[in-house]
Design a protein around this ligand. Structure first.
Ligand code: ATP
Length: 474
């Protein structure tokens, strides 16, 4: 698995998908920059999500809320009090760990060794839920009683467990006192909840309806790592669907189905790589929660959460803001605070999932190659125009074709090195179609289209190239 990740990270950097942030200064832990191809591909992912979630649905609209909000929002949402992770330090190495992760890994190990870990699992779930009086103490005692040591050092000399709040704080204004404290939002969802009435009124929405948003979120994660899987600054694609209380289970099932189909049908992710996970330990606001997990090279991990959030958020905002958050049904005159079904996906995690699902090594034309088998809709470059040679009018004809195609989609022109080498370069960045302009093109106005996955070629009329590719991308 490390080897696969290593290949992905190095390809991502070499070909301009993802660079370490501020690399010339040694970088910054868990921060990354999307390069020319990465930013193009990320836009495609966001565009596909936006279209699927807003434009396709008559009753879902989008917003783009600010990252910094009135700090009371985060008291109402419960983040100030409880958006914490239990943290523990190894005294010998000064390394920091998540106490719950240490225990979960320990349980996994017991299972792998064929030992019974069910009792421990139950206890752990209970403690981590905060159901015990002193969860920190309880987690600490579990770690000591089980003799759990730090994974990489073997030391068992632990500090106490402390709760660590994941929100980044900054100060607004000239005076750095507590009155100027603002937070960088740790999720985009609250920007949607506080705008519930603004959006409903301005867009004349009737329950059930949804509000969607794509934007940055920030979390001071204790344990970072796995490339762009867990970052401190990342992008979420969230949709909150407001329904009449009592109908949430039905809406939940419908969204579960729709979101799964999006991954497989729209993005072309192989179904065998996706897994459902039902939460048995629910967050304080939820009455039902499933995750869509993906089989990353380093393990099966969450890419999207689908949560039935009840009326928790709107009720709390009503309580903290003093504003009425009820919805009035125009037909029946019923009043209620809507229930919410949320779909919450991480754009960067999905990017990594797509990249690792697409990565393959095979042999074509008797040569080994690396190929990204990206769905054409997701691929950063849709086509490359390659003159067989620059001379004989082929260079000019190819450049002219490139300019024409560029009106419709991202396209590259490449005349450097042998044609085989140029195909390999495009395979490696996942370009689905290579258009070659050869001697015959000059004579009869045809070109060859080479398909990335099969390396098969087809001759078509040059004037039909844009239409041909557009049709294949639908
Ligand atoms: P995890 O348990 O992995 O920390 P979470 O359950 O806290 O994730 P949610 O709060 O449900 O995550 O956030 C919704 C989505 O946002 C996740 O499914 C994930 O795709 C994304 N996400 C959350 N935290 C991060 C992060 N640190 N880096 C990148 N993406 C993230």
């Amino acid at each position: 698995p490390d080897k696969v990740m290593h290949k992905l990270v190095s390809l991502a950097k070499r070909r301009g998908f993802i660079f370490p942030s501020s690399e010339i200064y040694g970088g910054l832990s868990s921060c990354f920059d999307y390069g020319p191809l990465g930013s193009e591909m990320k836009r495609n992912i966001k565009e596909l999500w936006w279209n699927a979630m807003t434009r396709r649905h008559q009753n879902i609209v989008g917003i783009d809320a600010s990252i910094m909000m009135n700090p009371t929002v985060w008291e109402a949402s419960g983040h100030v009090a409880s958006f914490n992770d239990p943290m523990i330090d190894d005294r010998t190495t000064k390394r920091r760990y998540r106490a719950d992760h240490l225990i979960e890994n320990h349980i996994e190990k017991l299972r792998r060794d064929g030992k019974d870990a069910d009792a421990l699992r139950v206890q752990m779930t209970y403690e981590a839920c905060g159901a015990s009086e002193e969860p920190n103490r309880a987690l600490y005692e579990l770690i000591i009683d089980e003799g759990i040591k730090a994974p990489d050092t073997g030391s068992g000399d632990w500090t106490e467990v402390r709760q660590f709040n994941l929100m980044f704080q900054c100060n607004m204004g000239a005076v750095a006192d507590s009155s100027g404290v603002v937070y960088l939002r740790p999720e985009t969802a609250q920007g949607i909840f506080v705008n519930f009435h603004n959006v409903r009124e301005s867009s004349r929405m009737k329950v059930p309806f949804g509000i969607a948003q794509i934007g940055k979120a920030f979390r001071n994660e204790i344990v970072k790592g796995n490339f762009i899987f867990r970052m401190v600054e990342f992008e979420q694609m969230e949709m909150q669907y407001f329904v009449k209380p009592g109908t949430q289970a039905e809406a939940f099932e419908a969204w579960r189905e729709e979101r799964y189909q999006w991954y497989t049908r729209q993005l072309g992710i192989r179904p065998e790589k996706l897994h459902w996970y039902k939460h048995d330990k629910l967050a304080h606001y939820a009455d039902l929660a499933y995750d869509i997990k993906f089989e990353f090279p380093f393990g099966i991990e969450e890419i999207e959460g689908i949560h039935s959030r009840t009326d928790f958020d709107l009720s709390r905002h009503q309580e903290y803001s003093g504003k009425n958050m009820e919805y009035v049904d125009q037909v029946t005159n019923e009043r209620f605070i809507p229930y919410v079904v949320e779909t919450s996906a991480g754009c960067d995690r999905l990017f990594l999932a797509i990249l690792s699902d697409a990565y393959s090594e095979d042999v074509v034309d008797g040569e080994e190659r690396v190929v990204l088998k990206l769905a054409p809709k997701v691929a950063p470059v849709k086509a490359a125009v390659l003159p067989l040679m620059k001379k004989g009018g082929m260079g000019e004809a190819a450049m002219k074709l490139r300019d024409e195609l560029a009106e419709s989609f991202p396209v590259q022109y490449d005349d450097a090195a042998s044609i085989g080498k140029r195909y390999r370069r495009q395979d490696e960045i996942g370009t689905p179609f290579c258009i070659t302009v050869d001697h015959q093109s000059i004579e009869d106005g045809t070109v060859t289209v080479r398909f990335r996955d099969t390396a098969q070629q087809e001759r078509i009329d040059m004037s039909q190239t844009a239409a041909f590719i557009t049709a294949k991308m639908a």
